[in-house]
Structure formats: structure tokens, C-alpha cells
Design a protein around this ligand. Sequence first.
Ligand code: FES
Length: 104
Amino acid sequence: MINISVKDLDGQVHEIQAREGDSLMEALREHEWGVPAICGGLCSCGTCHVYLDKDWPGKLRQADSDEQDLLDEFDNTKDNSRLSCQIQLLPEHEGLALSIAPEE
Ligand code: FES
């Protein structure tokens, strides 16, 4: 299991455990405070948007063009934005920290 720290939209921090190989979105949508992930991971809705904490953007695989194109459509996208459905959890993600982005 991989330990992840998640700040929800109310500013509350949750420590969760996620299965290696799952997407980050799958780990987040299990929770009431998590992400709705309306498209189920097809990279088409953007409702799984998160902000990675400062040490993490450079440690994850870069967003591909489909992910980046969708992020570019949102006003609240930042340099540390990612779509959590596009991040597959690996052992090196132990300790990942992020915040849930507000919906557009
Ligand atoms: S779940 Fe829809 S874009 Fe990620």
C-alpha cells in the first residue's frame, strides 16, 4: 500500500492508503471528500483535478498531451495541476501529498 496525504476542499488533511497499480483518482473517489471523477478515468471530464504539493510535480511522469489539453481549458489550472486519473500509483509515490482542486 502507498501512503498519500490529501487536503480536501475544506482544508482538512486526510492520510489515506492506496493500492499500488491503481490510479490516484481511484484512491480519491472512494471518499466522500474526494473527487467525483465523472468520466471514470477517460481523461474527458476534469473532475479529478488535483494540485500536487511542491516537491512532487518533478517526480511524476509528465502529463501527456491529452491531459495537458484538458487542463489548459480550466481557469484554475496551475503549474502543479494534474488529472488524478492519469497518475498510476507506483512504489516511488510513497508519501505523495496533494490538494483537491475546486471544480470549475
Ligand atoms: S476522471 Fe474524468 S478526467 Fe479524470
